[in-house]
Design a binder for this molecule. Sequence first.
Ligand code: ATP
Ligand code: MG
Length: 320
Amino acid sequence: MTTEIQTRKARVLGVEGLIKRFGEHTVVDGVSFHIEAGETYGLLGPNGAGKTTIISMVAGLIPADQGSIELAGFAMTPTTTKAKAHIGLVPQELAIYPCLSARENLLFFGRLQGLSGQDLKKRTGEVLDLLGLGDRAREQTKKFSGGMKRRLNIGIGLLHRPTLLILDEPTVGVDPQSRNSILESVEGLATEGMAVLYTTHYMEEAERLCDRIAIIDEGRIQAEGTRNQLVELTGGVDRIELRGSGNTTATATALRQLPGVQHVDGGGSGLTLTVLNGPGLLAPIVAEAGRMGMTLTSVEIVRPDLESVFLHLTGKALRD
Ligand SMILES: Nc1ncnc2c1ncn2[C@@H]1O[C@H](COP(=O)(O)OP(=O)(O)OP(=O)(O)O)[C@@H](O)[C@H]1O
Ligand SMILES: [Mg+2]
């Protein structure tokens, strides 16, 4: 029999009541969260939400005004070394040498991180493979695409096998193809069992990569959970788009009587419904539309996403 203790994962990072002020301005205002081993945790929020300030405290780069941070059992402060040894921080700006090859960059930064000899050589090979840079390893990085440089930047953060890897908006300003290769690399980290703290203002990235997501705005966590838990906060209202012809007015009247259907709008070429549990109601809606003589040409369920959640919680769009 599995007990709760056996199934509970190890806590890697615990953040409690973090507060940071710059002058009069409180930019991080009571932030608490934790990350477990092997988990990818996202901070999703718009520009100026406080993401970089939070991770700068988590990485021990700046002190918190209040609150505590514990990493791998050690308290994190700017003066501690034990907790810092467990962190890999990938900054938003590239920090690689253009005249060195990818391998030489990794060897150089690996030595700075205290690796040497066979261990450094072996780890460099592993990281190059993990990031899909193995066959270009001996080229000067100035010949690399933007996406390859960013992947190498991530590799440098990974070399010393950190317990927690922190990535600060690693895809900002890169083209869609490079972005995809970076996301694939981050997905690969889960296979290494690494805990990842990932900041972004792209909801698609948070949805794709993160096991749990904190929606952050104005220095506060507005809500936290899995993607599905967050979406439930909107009340789980789906939209169903029915396209087709027939007596749409009578169909609309009939559909309004179905339990779970909140609104029915439209006419002419189709109807738009807002419903609770779209997938569950789809079959009865289609059947009722058929019974009322409507000929359907297409049916689509549009489910709420993290954008809807952000709007619901803050009254603002995540993107301008
Ligand atoms: N060193 C500083 N001195 C004064 N204010 C600062 C400092 N660093 C950040 N801020 C302010 O704190 C707030 C949060 O900034 P932060 O960089 O943490 O946001 P962010 O969520 O990382 O945004 P972005 O998505 O643009 O990177 C902003 O209003 C910013 O102007
Ligand atoms: Mg930032």
